[in-house]
Design a protein. Structure first.
Length: 161
């Protein structure tokens, strides 16, 4: 019972996550299993977003005068129409340049959201931005959570968080 009280008093998760934790705890107790609880506090992460760049401007390599996207650098990115607030996708990358230019925009690397956007949207009106971070998974999850809270759904081409 002490464990449940600790979880209830310190949890920053949504109600669904807390409910799942309580149910998991009950199941473990029925099985006679002991659960080790650990509270992890994640420090704040400051993002410095790039400007929004047009989809077509991102096609050209930096060597040829195109936009320079950080290479061999992890981060997160967002895609939207130039005149809209809602995102088409929010994603993470272990290498921003490869993920954005080669996958998302050009389709030379596998990128399911990029493929759907290229097939179904007017890319001449789409813009992309990114932020460098050494915690892309945590940032992507938080961006998805905030988006879901604001719009009640994930971005159109984001399949899961």
């Amino acid at each position: 019972m002490l464990c449940l009280n600790l979880c209830l008093n310190t949890s920053h998760d949504s109600g669904d996550h807390l409910f799942m934790l309580i149910e998991y705890n009950k199941l473990a107790k029925k099985r006679g299993e002991q659960m080790e609880m650990e509270l992890i506090e994640i420090p704040r992460i400051k993002l410095e977003w790039s400007n929004w760049y047009s989809w077509n401007d991102l096609k050209e390599d930096a060597r040829s005068g195109g936009i320079k996207i950080p290479n061999y650098t992890p981060g997160v990115y967002e895609v939207r129409y130039v005149d809209a607030e809602e995102r088409l996708t929010i994603g993470r990358a272990s290498n921003l340049r490869i993920r954005i230019r080669q996958g998302l925009v050009k389709g030379k690397a596998k990128h399911s959201s990029g493929k759907l956007i290229r097939e179904n949207e007017d890319v001449t009106r789409i813009v992309v931005r990114w932020a460098v971070t050494d915690r892309p998974g945590a940032i992507e999850e938080e961006l998805h959570r905030r988006y879901l809270e604001k719009y009640g759904k994930l971005p159109k081409y984001t399949q899961f968080t």
